[in-house]
Write a protein that binds this ligand. Structure first.
Ligand code: SF4
Ligand code: SF4
Length: 287
């Protein structure tokens, strides 16, 4: 029938209006369940899905609880542990920023040499489109997305061009806004440190083993001799060689004498045999 949809819609609106009064008549309306009370007027409301009645809140006194992945404009992380910016002024974020709204000035030391930290860091937040590319590409976890969306100002310049001081927040602030992501990053950082430590230990162990091996080889090796010792050894060797040579001469003469005696003996035996042969022949002829 014509108009039933309209009536149905009005009925739902009426139900929400009545639910609102009914909900408000309770001690704690459902929209304030699990809300964070900042003071008597201000609170942060979670707005659960089962909330009854009107869905509006009394902004700016009341604000919605933002999800962790909400992002607005970037913030620079100040590492309170090291007391330094995490940013190294590498410039990658400025290169990848689609609307080119990041401008970095690298810092210099006392001698005018550039150092790996930003002297200045500007973001034109009126141009930033909250894409989070700068965060995705930063190799040092130095830039993250802030949840702060209350940036209204009367003049764009200079109020909406944020400098380093305005962009910098301590790492604890980031940890509170992004607890899950921060915990994951910390775990990865811990693992990387553990791997680095294990590698350093393995390297130190290998160096110690090499040094121990070298020391062992030195102990087993002949100690180095002085020149005088070497000369003395040479003389000893020469004396031994001479003695060996003279010993060989004696042996030669003894061998020669032995050979001569043997020859004489053989000749005598031959003469004896011939004499015996001649005597036998003579006896046979006489017989
Ligand atoms: S925020 Fe990250 S990417 Fe950008 S300059 Fe600093 S270290 Fe490099
Ligand atoms: S969030 Fe996107 S637009 Fe904004 S500064 Fe980062 S890269 Fe640029």
């Amino acid at each position: 029938m014509f108009g039933t949809g309209l009536l149905k819609g009005l009925g739902i609106t009426l139900k929400h209006a009545l639910d609102t009064f009914r909900d408000d008549s309770r001690g704690t309306p459902s929209r304030y369940q699990d809300s964070i009370v900042l003071d008597s007027k201000r609170r942060i409301i979670e707005q659960p899905i089962e909330q009854e009645g009107i869905l509006t809140i009394q902004y700016p006194e009341e604000k919605r609880l933002l999800p962790e992945r909400f992002r607005y404009i970037p913030m620079l992380i100040w590492d309170t542990e090291t007391g330094e910016d995490r940013c190294t002024a590498c410039g990658i974020c400025a290169k990848v920023c689609p609307p080119q709204c990041i401008w970095i000035v690298r810092d210099i030391d006392a001698n005018g040499r550039p150092v790996a930290r930003p002297g200045e860091f500007f973001i034109d937040v009126a141009v930033c489109m909250s894409c989070s590319f700068c965060v995705e590409f930063c190799p040092f976890d130095a830039i993250k997305m802030n949840h702060d969306y209350e940036l209204a100002a009367y003049d764009r310049y200079p109020q909406l061009v944020y400098d380093k001081a305005e962009l910098t927040v301590p790492v604890e602030y980031y940890a509170a806004l992004w607890p899950d992501q921060w915990a994951q990053e910390e775990e990865l950082r811990r693992q990387a440190k553990e791997e680095e430590r294990a590698k350093a230990e393995a390297k130190a162990r290998a160096a110690a083993e090499k040094a121990a091996r070298a020391a062992g080889e030195d102990e087993g090796a002949q100690p180095k001799r002085t020149k005088a010792e070497l000369d003395a050894l040479k003389e000893q060797a020469a004396a031994k060689a001479a003695a060996r040579r003279s010993g060989n001469g004696e042996a030669d003469s003894t061998a020669a004498a032995t050979d001569e005696a043997e020859a004489k003996k053989a000749r005598l035996e031959e003469l004896k045999r011939k004499a015996a042969e001649a005597a036998r022949k003579r006896k046979e002829s006489e017989a």
